[in-house]
Write a protein that binds this ligand. Structure first.
Ligand code: KG4
Ligand code: ZN
Length: 363
């Protein structure tokens, strides 16, 4: 069946066309077309995503991307070109989510096809099976899975006992990991989004063998040894703020010193990664985990991948997405939408009026 999928939860407008086959045990996909429009440059001056601007951009982009996607897949919008539409309905920025939902509902009505609302975080979990183009399958997976979902809005450890059976066993009590990367990058006068910038500086620091203790740069690992699986990154962010403030007292131009910036980025990345990896390891032990999934925008972080590889070397398989599928995209929404459709007694359409944006949606 052909699936049109739509993603507008944050600052990426994504529209793609997948050909999906097989049942829940052997689903396979072929990407017929994918269109993505990133608003990163538009939001960069604000140092974060500006919801009303995101909404405006999605409204502008959606018809253009649909046209492009249909053309690339050799389909015409006049006939009924698809069998199913999948759309992200949360979590995310509600004004942004609504643009995708309204657009998807109009198409579902016009073409008389079912509309499947998809949880964005479930999409991230499925992103690890996707490819950037061509065909791919969802392989036989050993459950239980632990998913470390780390993005600009979320930091969660999700226990997956089977597809569709999710339990959040731990999450951030304040800032998300990606959000902390973005805020610390701003303090270091680096552009948005900050994750890639910080990780670039941190890897330079590792190559140059910069020693943080010599520079007296030390940050806390908040909640690392707490008895639960929760995280907290707000205190870490504040610690960076105070560190920079104190360094500036000694030298107001301290941020012109590249070595200091590299050292702060290194210590910050180490603190975040150590905490994430430590809690993931605890969860693997407690729940007798067979598969570890890392997903969400922060899964593009090479150091995090490297450290998770180390702890899963033995008996767990470790999956993470291709770089292009790590950040928000519509391919992952189409995949999760298909599985949900199969599990939802094929053909039973969800009433359109029941589908609404849920900014705070949980797995
Ligand atoms: O999943 P995503 O594209 O959007 C949300 O749903 O939030 O994640 C975006 C986040 C941003 O905070 C960005 O700074 C972070 O992912 N990110 C990274 C890296 N690449 C992107 N964080 C750390 N290291 C990276 N290499
Ligand atoms: Zn996301």
């Amino acid at each position: 069946m052909k699936i049109l999928s739509i993603e507008t939860s944050c600052d990426e407008t994504g529209v793609s066309m997948l050909e999906a086959k097989g049942g829940t045990k052997n689903p396979s996909f072929k990407i017929l077309a994918e269109s993505l429009n990133s608003q990163v440059k538009i939001h960069a001056p604000f140092g974060g995503v500006y919801p009303s601007l995101a909404k405006r951009e999605h409204i502008k982009n959606l018809p253009i991307l649909l046209e492009r996607t249909l053309k690339k897949s050799n389909l015409s919008k006049k006939e009924k070109p698809v069998d199913l539409i999948a759309v992200t309905y949360g979590p995310g920025l509600e004004p942004a989510l609504w643009t995708g939902i309204v657009f998807a509902k109009e198409l579902a009505k016009k073409w008389d096809v079912p509309l499947m609302p998809v949880n964005h975080m479930e999409g991230h979990i499925f992103s690890v099976f996707g490819k950037q183009k061509g065909k791919f399958v969802i392989p036989k997976i050993k459950f239980p899975i632990i998913s470390l979902l780390v993005s600009g809005g979320h930091t969660e450890l999700v226990l997956v006992e089977d597809w569709g059976k999710y339990k959040i066993i731990g999450e951030t009590l304040d800032d998300a990991a990606g959000e902390a990367f973005d805020k610390v990058a701003r303090m270091l006068e680096l552009p948005y989004p900050g994750g890639p910038e910080i990780s670039r500086l941190a890897s330079q620091a590792r190559k140059l063998r910069i020693k943080n203790y010599e520079l007296k740069i030390k940050l806390p690992r908040p909640m690392m040894y707490s008895k639960n699986f929760d995280f907290s990154f707000s205190g870490l962010k504040t610690a960076v703020l105070y560190l920079i403030r104190d360094l500036k007292k000694e030298n107001p131009n301290i941020l012109k010193n590249e070595k200091i910036k590299q050292a702060i980025a290194l210590e910050f990345e180490n603190a975040v990664v150590e905490t994430l990896v430590y809690k993931t390891k605890k969860a693997i032990e407690k729940y007798n985990i067979k598969t570890v999934i890392l997903a969400g925008g922060v899964s593009a972080n090479k150091y995090l991948i490297k450290q998770l590889k180390k702890i899963t070397k033995g008996s767990q398989s470790f999956l993470f997405p291709y770089k292009k599928l790590a950040t928000d995209n519509s391919i992952m929404i189409g995949m999760a939408g298909y599985l949900k459709y199969l599990n939802n007694k094929k053909g039973v359409a969800i009433k359109l009026s029941k589908i609404k944006a849920e900014g705070g949606l949980r797995l």
